[in-house]
Design a protein around this ligand. Structure first.
Ligand SMILES: Nc1nc2c(ncn2[C@@H]2O[C@H](COP(=O)(O)OP(=O)(O)OP(=O)(O)O)[C@@H](O)[C@H]2O)c(=O)[nH]1
Ligand SMILES: [Mg+2]
Length: 305
């Protein structure tokens, strides 16, 4: 008897959702950076646990949206939660501990998250993340307070970064999956089209390298993906920025920054695609790319929310 279903991982920006999905899947399916709003669209990863197939849906962070892109991201996360067989609300225990009471912004974000699982109809699993950074007694007090809210069916304490507690969560998710045939071949871990995955990897390196200078203003598009006769892949990508002043930030002195980004992305891609990769990056200024419909439809986001 096999089981299979969808688990939406939702939470505030930077809670560690993508780290958790990668950990559960055992492969890198979604990009991770120290920056908030790294994940822009739902990304699926497939985990196997005995006879259960768990399709994890990594989602953009839920927060009070301000721009069109924010709205599209938050709506996508809420839709995934509503459609899933189980919902995990991942909460950064460390941030929760250090945020001052009455922090208006985080209160608004929390409200948005609660709203999305009210829409999901069912109970939600709370997973307190980053327990490697939090003292045990703080954690217990936090758990009690959150559990008393009544919104959660159960609580797990985990560290997505070092894996502690993650196997228990996985076992529980496996039990919650409905009976039925597997949705993906047992050896498949990701289902992102390869061009999109390649663009995400480059965006990750871009964020890792210039996260302070470049708040949310960049997008990456794969413009060519060619399988060469010698077994290698030739990939061309364009990095879009919004202003002329952002170009030199990405290029760096003598083009050093762009070179680093390209090398780091190429190394990852070669490993993920399991073949040599030739990567060519271009930087283009496109004012207001966030208002271009194709940037949304290309990654499955709704432009009109
Ligand atoms: N110490 C510690 N850091 C963690 C843990 N989980 C994630 N992180 C770090 O938290 C940061 C954010 O992780 P992500 O997985 O990108 O978070 P996210 O929730 O997907 O963020 P968005 O996509 O922006 O909403 C990264 O720097 C991770 O390395 C953890 O268990 N412990
Ligand atoms: Mg993410």
């Amino acid at each position: 008897m096999t089981r299979a279903g969808f688990v939406a991982v939702i939470g505030a920006p930077n809670a560690g959702k993508s780290t958790l999905v990668n950990r559960l899947v055992g492969a890198k399916v979604s990009i991770v950076t120290q920056k908030v709003q790294t994940t822009r669209f739902p990304v699926k990863g497939v985990a196997m646990a005995g006879e259960s197939q768990i399709v994890l849906v990594d989602t953009p962070g839920i927060f009070k949206p301000r721009r069109r892109l924010d709205r599209a991201m938050v709506r996508a996360a809420q839709t995934q939660a509503a459609d899933a067989d189980a919902v995990v609300h991942l909460l950064d225990a460390h941030a929760e501990e250090s945020s001052r009471a009455g922090d208006k912004r985080s209160a608004e974000d929390a409200e948005m998250i609660t709203e999305s699982y009210v829409k999901s109809g069912g109970k939600v699993i709370l997973a307190l993340n980053k327990i490697d950074l939090v003292k045990r007694d703080t954690l217990l007090a936090l758990t009690q307070r959150l559990f008393e809210s009544g919104a959660y069916s159960e609580v797990f304490m985990i560290s997505a970064a070092n894996g502690s507690g993650v196997e228990d969560l996985k076992t529980r998710l496996a039990e919650l999956m409905p009976e039925g045939p597997w949705l993906y071949p047992a050896d498949q871990t990701a289902d992102l089209p390869v061009r999109l995955l390649a663009a995400e990897i480059t965006r990750e390196k871009l964020y890792l390298r210039v996260h302070e200078e470049l708040p949310y203003a960049a997008a990456v598009e794969t413009t060519a993906f060619e399988e060469k006769a010698d077994g290698s892949a030739r990939i061309e990508q364009t990095i879009f920025v919004e202003r002329d002043s952002q170009r030199p930030i990405i290029l760096g002195k003598n083009g050093q920054t762009l070179k680093w980004i390209g090398q780091a992305a190429r190394t990852d891609l070669a490993q993920i695609l399991d073949r040599p990769v030739h990567l060519f990056l271009h930087v283009k200024v496109q004012e207001g790319w966030q208002e271009v419909r194709e940037f949304y439809t290309g990654v499955g986001l709704d432009f009109d929310v």
